[in-house]
Ligand binder design. Structure first.
Ligand SMILES: Nc1ncnc2c1ncn2[C@@H]1O[C@H](COP(=O)(O)OP(=O)(O)OP(=O)(O)O)[C@@H](O)[C@H]1O
Ligand SMILES: [Mg+2]
Length: 250
């Protein structure tokens, strides 16, 4: 496997600050964060509750805008992008996976996976074909006609991953994807994310509190970002899940 160094930058956070105004004063959810995410990386964002992980994912994905600084996605600054363009970029390039799966209760697994395709100009047949293809990838094809409440947590999360993949995104962004799962399902979900990264070159960014997830991903992780109080407290990089180096922080 080739080293990371020659790969293009996919997303760059340039001195990003996110401040929330509250009645009691302002909260800095993130302070002056700079980070380059290269194509094909497998990045883990770690940190205690309230350290800014979800805020960082929301900024990376264009779900939220920084108070200061810029985010450059695919060589394009999001500062100049309209909400409409930003939403389109998100829909086409990014797949999301959440802690609580966020499936729609009254839709079957197959229908849930089809949801992101609805704004596209596709025939129903084509939508079904694409959704079934992704359900097969996460080993949920046989249960495609079940509703979420007829599936285990691990199965629901695999359906959610299929939904995240249905638009063939460049990036998968996962916020605590295994927090509700037992060790067996944690391993299954991680195996899928690792496979997507290795075989399909999908960039994976995971926020977690779970050291077990880190241990299980050790062989593919390229960057480990430790957040504390909205700042990067530690950054470890590896070209191929080996030869780790601690990066000095200024
Ligand atoms: N919409 C908001 N308004 C005000 N403050 C917010 C908002 N969203 C987040 N915060 C604050 O920003 C900080 C970072 O929150 P964030 O959700 O990013 O943390 P986190 O690392 O994801 O935590 P957890 O592990 O509990 O999910 C916290 O102090 C939080 O209270
Ligand atoms: Mg969070």
């Amino acid at each position: 496997m080739s080293s990371m160094s020659g790969r293009p930058v996919l997303i760059e956070l340039d001195k990003v600050t996110k401040k929330y105004e509250q009645a009691r004063g302002s909260v800095f959810a993130l302070r002056n964060i700079s980070l380059k995410i290269l194509q094909g990386e497998f990045i883990i964002i770690l940190g205690p509750s309230g350290s800014g992980k979800t805020t960082m994912l929301n900024l990376i994905s264009g779900m939220d805008r920084p108070t200061e600084g810029d985010i450059i996605f695919d060589r394009q600054s999001i500062l100049g992008l309209s909400e409409e363009k930003l939403a389109e970029m998100r829909r086409k390039k990014i797949g999301f996976v959440f802690q609580f799966f966020n499936l729609i209760d009254n839709m079957t697994a197959l229908e849930n996976v089809m949801v992101p395709l609805l704004p596209e100009d596709l025939s129903e047949r084509e939508m079904i074909r694409k959704a079934e293809d992704k359900l097969d990838l996460v080993d949920m094809f046989d249960k495609r006609d079940r509703f979420p409440n007829q599936l285990s947590g691990g199965e629901q999360q695999r359906v959610a991953i299929a939904r995240a993949l249905v638009n063939d995104p460049d990036v998968i962004i996962a916020d605590e994807p295994t927090a509700q799962l037992d060790p067996d399902n944690t391993r299954k979900v991680l195996d899928i994310l690792k496979k997507l990264n290795r075989m399909n070159g999908v960039t994976v960014i995971i926020a977690t509190n779970d050291e077990e997830l880190v241990r299980l991903s050790r062989d593919v992780i390229t960057k480990e970002v430790r957040l504390k109080d909205g700042q990067i407290q530690g950054l470890r990089e590896s070209s191929q899940g080996r030869s780790w180096s601690e990066v000095e922080l200024g």
